[in-house]
Design a protein around this ligand. Structure first.
Ligand SMILES: Cc1cc2nc3c(=O)[nH]c(=O)nc-3n(C[C@H](O)[C@H](O)[C@H](O)COP(=O)(O)OP(=O)(O)OC[C@H]3O[C@@H](n4cnc5c(N)ncnc54)[C@H](O)[C@@H]3O)c2cc1C
Ligand SMILES: *[C@@H]1O[C@H](CO)[C@@H](O)[C@H](O)[C@H]1NC(C)=O
Ligand SMILES: *[C@@H]1O[C@H](CO)[C@@H](O)[C@H](O)[C@H]1NC(C)=O
Ligand SMILES: *[C@@H]1O[C@H](CO)[C@@H](O)[C@H](O)[C@H]1NC(C)=O
Ligand SMILES: *[C@@H]1O[C@H](CO)[C@@H](O)[C@H](O)[C@H]1NC(C)=O
Length: 565
């Protein structure tokens, strides 16, 4: 047998055999569940088991279909292409070219890192059945909603996916507890940002959503969740009042500040896919007041490099005061372009954004003689979201097109060492790195009492979640170069930013997948407490994810075999 565990048995005898029996099974193993077992699971869940056929199969023999393949290639970078599928993943590196629409037609379509099967979950009972089956048969489990994840934490070779996409119910109800009184929104675990924004708008309220309209609220929340509304209301994790969870032993429990409170604490920012399967979340909503908004663009083409850099540095220096004025500021910066889109101020107007929030910055641009294009708006949150982060549902972010690294930039660095920061950022952009920033006051939600959660404490001193982005070239021949660039992100780019932000951390949901020292970077002082929650609620590691709490107890080899470390 060619498998790593099989080889271990032959070489090392009985001691290794004990370990091997704890490995997750892969198709082709003697103990992989047979067709009758899978059919039995399918009956239990009333026919909701899906055997994976990667969406790229239309580009490969023997199922090649020229028209379907051309359409798939054209829509490949749109999130909707992937998230309606029970298996497709949006991070090209993780997809490992096993059924890539851009590889030759004659290349076979293989499952590789795609899940083997998915349960199209319609209720907690389906989740329970999936977990019981997986536990009994030692099948790897992953929780999948949209497939957006940067590390591929929603996929795995040979895995059974618990696919939450169709748990999309949304209900509003009055809520009164020690931490919050108002209207709450109960959402199924499949609900995405744009769906929540639309439902909230129809109910006359607003809810905290991610910037990308198709990001799942559950995965976003469990990682921390930064939003264009964070300055007003805090992070995604700060919104949750209660979760309904199916735990690793297939029990259905509630987690709230008063019930299973340690589980509640860990789920709220301690990393997705780690402690249990969230079936629903109840989150806070706020009055549906108007949003003051703006976008602004300027280009190095109309000025000198020195003045362009001076203007960009001025924006960074002004961000703490902009967030003090109630704004969230999302921007993209390269060595030739600065695009702010949008500025978001809750319960405000475009006039306030123009005359108060952005005025010091536009005055600086005028003083430098740099032309810029700006527009201002007063809209509902839904219309603001659609105008600046839409069009809904896909949004203006391409997927399958980038690689990432990131760092949380503390307010103190902007105040005390902006020059040092700018020197690093200019060095990075001069090498083609795109900077994507989300600036807000992440310190704590305004109004209402704050319930402690597992959000990395460094977030509370952060002004910018800054992502270092490089382009992914999807032509197959470019893959070695792309892997080399990812290595530069790990070895050269992020360390420069780290050096100028001592003591800060990294956002677990938007990081370099090879981030070293990840326990400290992603979880910081919370790690040990999170590990004890993990050991209590998931003692057999049903929920393994890459670089998640407790994940170092497991190793997944290059063929996807998962065994105890
Ligand atoms: C274009 C783009 C824009 C983004 N914008 C933002 C942003 O504005 N703010 C922000 O904070 N982040 C943002 N992110 C990052 C985002 O938070 C992560 O990609 C996150 O992992 C997406 O969650 P998902 O459920 O949509 O994805 P998936 O890949 O389906 O899942 C992600 C992780 O969540 C777990 N998970 C999902 N559902 C459940 C559940 N019900 N129970 C347990 N575990 C679950 C999965 O197991 C996996 O580990 C963005 C990402 C992209 C690609
Ligand atoms: C599960 O059952 C449904 C309904 O009978 C069927 O359509 C589907 O193909 C089955 N799934 C698998 C993996 O066999
Ligand atoms: C990823 O691709 C490499 C090269 O083709 C292959 O050796 C490896 O087995 C693949 N991994 C998985 C999990 O399929
Ligand atoms: C909205 O702004 C008005 C005017 O500044 C203020 O009176 C009101 O309290 C604000 N409402 C909320 C919910 O912030
Ligand atoms: C700029 O970045 C490169 C690598 O990405 C690094 O080698 C170099 O030292 C950096 N320059 C400065 C001045 O930090």
């Amino acid at each position: 047998m060619k498998t790593a565990c099989g080889a271990a048995i032959v070489l090392a005898g009985l001691a290794a055999a004990a370990t091997a029996t704890q490995c997750r099974v892969l198709p082709g193993d003697a103990n992989w569940p047979d067709a009758a077992s899978w059919a039995g699971l399918n009956r239990t869940i009333r026919g909701r088991l899906i055997a994976t056929v990667p969406i790229g199969h239309v580009c490969h023999d023997p199922t090649y279909d020229a028209a379907a393949c051309a359409t798939l290639q054209q829509t490949w970078t749109q999130p909707m292409t992937h998230l309606e599928s029970s298996s497709s993943i949006m991070q090209t590196f993780v997809a490992n070219q096993s059924c890539d629409p851009f590889t030759p037609q004659s290349t076979p379509c293989q499952l590789g890192n795609y899940v083997q099967y998915a349960v199209d979950v319609s209720s907690a009972a389906d989740v329970q059945a999936a977990l019981q089956f997986a536990k009994k048969n030692k099948v790897r489990v992953v929780v999948r909603n949209t497939g957006h994840d940067y590390f591929g934490r929603s996929t795995g070779a040979g895995a059974l996916a618990i696919w939450t996409h169709n748990l999309n119910g949304i209900d509003f109800k009055p809520w009164s507890s020690a931490s919050f009184t108002g209207t709450a929104m109960k959402i199924g675990a499949g609900v995405m940002g744009y769906q929540a924004a639309q439902a909230a708008d129809a109910a006359g309220v607003v809810a905290v959503t991610g910037e990308c309209p198709t990001v799942g609220l559950a995965g976003f929340t469990m990682g921390a969740g930064h939003s264009a509304l964070s300055t007003s209301f805090g992070m995604g994790a700060d919104q949750v009042l209660e979760y309904e969870v199916v735990t690793s032993n297939a029990q259905r429990v509630k987690a709230s500040p008063t019930e299973n409170s340690e589980l509640f604490w860990a789920l709220s920012g301690g990393g997705p896919g780690t402690y249990g399967v969230v079936v629903s979340m109840t989150v806070k909503t706020y009055p549906g007041l108007k949003i003051g908004g703006a976008s602004l663009q300027m280009s190095a083409a109309y000025t000198t490099p020195a003045k362009f850099n001076e203007a960009v540095a001025a924006m960074y220096a002004l961000l703490p005061s902009m967030t003090d004025l109630g704004a969230d500021v999302i921007f993209i910066a390269t060595n030739g372009l600065l695009q702010i889109s949008p500025v978001t101020v809750y319960n405000s107007t475009g006039e306030y954004v123009e005359k108060t929030v952005l005025a010091p910055f536009t005055a600086k641009l005028n003083a430098l003689g740099i032309p810029f294009a700006a527009k201002y708006s007063t809209l509902s949150y839904l219309d603001h979201y659609a105008a600046y982060l839409g069009p809904l549902p896909n949004g203006n972010f391409a997927v399958e097109s980038y690689q990432f690294g990131s760092r949380l930039i503390p307010r103190s660095v902007l105040v005390n060492n902006n020059d040092g920061l700018q020197a690093v950022l200019q060095n990075l952009t001069s090498q083609g790195v795109i900077l994507a920033g989300s600036a807000a006051d992440y310190s704590a939600p305004a109004g209402g009492r704050v319930v402690a959660n597992a959000v990395l404490p460094q977030w509370r001193d952060t002004t910018i979640q800054l992502q270092l982005v490089t382009r992914w070239d999807s032509s197959p021949a470019a893959r070695p170069d792309m892997v080399a660039v990812q290595k530069r992100i790990t070895d050269e780019f992020v360390p420069q930013l780290r050096a100028v932000t001592p003591g800060s951390g990294t956002y677990v949901n938007e990081a370099d997948l090879n981030q070293p020292n990840w326990k400290e970077e992603f979880f910081g002082v919370n790690y040990d407490r999170l590990l004890s929650v993990k050991q209590k609620w998931d003692p057999t590691s049903m929920f393994y994810i890459v670089k998640g709490v407790g994940s170092d107890a497991w190793t997944v080899d290059s063929d996807g075999r998962m065994c105890p470390t």
